[in-house]
Design a protein around this ligand. Structure first.
Ligand SMILES: [Cu+2]
Length: 199
């Protein structure tokens, strides 16, 4: 047990160093630059089938972004409210606007995402638990956008190596600047843009 514990501690220390942007050495900065230039630019080639579906996707994305922004401010009650809005946006999505195979993809994503949104909605005051659900919810959102498009706005897929207890986690953002929803005000600029999902 002791060995495992020490191993984890060492890992955390490394992760902390990687994210302490104020104390980064020249080497770290070079890495950061290399990462920035390596950002993939992904054209949105898979928009939803119809204008109606596009509006529904946009409603889902907007509710998610509201949730994400509440987490960047460490605001658990705003996150709970946005979680409920997001759950409703998934429930109000009109699957009849989709083809059969897209309906299946949507349901697969929505069934999982709705549950995470519901837990976030029900756990105002427990931001740690809300953020655990946000890790998985953000994965679902990345899948949703891949299949159903970005709802008409340029989005960014960001990654934080420290989130999720050092296992790392993605989130979707509407802004190019990093504002970390997992670490909030404690470490707002930790992470980097991995993908730009163009309009
Ligand atoms: Cu929960």
């Amino acid at each position: 047990m002791k060995k495992i514990f020490l191993g984890l501690t060492a890992f955390t220390a490394i992760a902390l160093t990687a994210c302490g942007s104020n104390n980064t050495s020249t080497t770290n900065n070079q890495n950061a630059n290399a990462e920035t230039t390596a950002v993939k630019q992904v054209a949105d080639t898979t928009p939803a089938n119809t204008a109606t579906a596009n509006v529904s996707v946009k409603n889902i994305i907007d509710a998610y972004l509201q949730l994400k922004n509440a987490f960047t401010k460490d605001n658990s009650s705003d996150a709970a409210a946005a979680g409920k809005t997001l759950q409703a946006a998934f429930e109000n999505f009109d699957v009849k606007t989709l083809s059969a195979d897209k309906t299946k993809s949507f349901s697969d994503i929505a069934d999982d995402a709705k549950e995470h949104a519901e837990h976030i909605g029900a756990n105002g005051g427990n931001i740690k638990h809300q953020r655990e659900h946000f890790v998985m919810l953000s994965k679902d959102m990345a899948d949703l956008i891949k299949t159903f498009g970005n709802g008409g706005q340029t989005l960014y897929k960001d990654f934080c190596p420290m989130a999720n207890e050092g296992k790392g986690a993605v989130w979707i953002s509407e802004m190019k600047d990093i504002k970390n929803p997992y670490l909030g005000k404690a470490m707002p600029t930790c992470g980097s843009v991995k993908e730009e999902i163009k309009q």
